[in-house]
Design a protein around this ligand. Structure first.
Ligand SMILES: Cc1cc2nc3c(=O)[nH]c(=O)nc-3n(C[C@H](O)[C@H](O)[C@H](O)COP(=O)(O)O)c2cc1C
Length: 325
């Protein structure tokens, strides 16, 4: 179902990606999802304006760890070809071998400067951005693009955008099967991705609403894509990647029980303490809430987790919750 993807500079052995997710896909989470069977991760999106001006906090987003199961790919956003090229150079110096360009984010903070999904309105500029990045680092790294179906249903903005970025050197295209006006509502339209991308001569990655091995199969089939990318279900249930791997090799893996979830949370907390020591217990709140969804006593657990003043208290709470019936 998922065959190795040949890009210009590398082969992605299993093209199943944990998507770039702002505020989530930091180093500790990438280690967790890698240990949970995800073959390839992305960083959070990184501002090219801040990175090219060497803003320290932004530069931290490029930190990786040798505990990660593979070198992550990086994603940049921006609308000035110069800043994107400079940032791509910084990423390559940091060891990244694939630099993705965000052309799908609908959040105002990003689109107001002409970045993210706003670039779907300007295919020429989108091509210029990829071209500048390709000229800067194309000898060493793949430049790829992640975008959406269009602005509204029925428009075909994806076609000129795809043509422009591929002509400029993009070596892979990821499409979230929603439009800008959908935001995150409605259902991803995998078939529409396939219809609009059929003329493109680069590997295609389908994204949107992949939540289980069955939806993965359907998304690949309906879009005709060679790879798939998962965001929300990947951070809500990182073990999904192991379940998919089990299914790909003909087996089945059931959902983890309470003991396994506690073990996962303890590991995540340990990594947060290592990489984000001042905020570990605070960052653990959202992850713990996601991981315990659907468990009996989960709601009371989440309320208590939100009040834990430090990591020590989080550990005590986890131990008590493990022993609850
Ligand atoms: C909280 C949040 C943050 C996101 N951050 C990014 C980002 O940094 N870069 C990006 O390309 N997409 C981002 N996305 C979009 C996802 O990568 C993905 O395209 C979208 O959620 C659809 O996939 P899913 O149905 O598997 O969640 C974000 C989505 C969410 C919910």
């Amino acid at each position: 179902m998922l065959k190795p993807l040949l890009l210009r500079h590398q082969t992605v052995t299993t093209p199943l990606f944990m998507a770039p997710v702002a505020g989530v896909t930091n180093t500790p989470f990438r280690i967790i999802v890698g240990e949970s069977g995800c073959p390839q991760t992305f960083t959070e999106m990184v501002s090219s304006e801040a990175l090219s001006r060497q803003v320290g906090k932004t530069r931290e987003l490029l930190h990786t760890s040798d505990k990660e199961s593979s070198q992550p790919f990086v994603q940049l956003f921006g609308s000035r070809p110069d800043a994107m090229a400079t940032s791509a150079r910084i990423c390559v110096e940091e060891g990244f071998t694939l630099v993705d360009v965000n052309m799908g984010c609908p959040v105002k903070k990003v689109t107001k400067s002409g970045s993210g999904v706003q670039l779907m309105e300007q295919p020429k500029l989108a091509g210029d951005i990829v071209s500048a990045m390709h000229a800067a680092v194309g000898k060493y790294a793949d430049i790829t693009v992640k975008t959406r179906l269009g602005s509204v249903h029925g428009d075909e903005r994806l076609i000129p955008l795809g043509e422009a970025v591929i002509a400029a050197g993009a070596s892979m295209l990821t499409v979230h099967g929603r439009t800008r006006s959908d935001g995150f509502g409605g259902r991803a339209d995998w078939r529409a991705i396939g219809q609009m991308c059929q003329g493109f001569k680069v590997p295609l990655v389908v994204n949107g609403d992949i939540t289980c091995p069955t939806s993965l199969r359907r998304a690949l089939k309906e879009s005709g894509a060679q790879g798939a990318m998962i965001a929300r279900e990947g951070y809500h249930r990182p073990w999904l990647f192991k379940q998919i791997a089990a299914e790909l090799s003909g087996g089945v893996m059931s959902d983890p029980g309470r003991d396994a979830i506690v073990k996962l949370m303890l590991r995540h907390l340990e990594l947060l303490e290592l990489y984000c020591p001042d905020r570990a217990h605070v960052l653990m709140r959202k992850h713990g809430s996601w991981y315990t969804k659907g468990f009996s006593g989960g709601s009371a657990f989440r309320q208590q987790l939100n009040q834990c003043p430090d990591s020590h208290t989080v550990r005590q709470l986890l131990s008590a919750w493990r022993n609850e019936k």
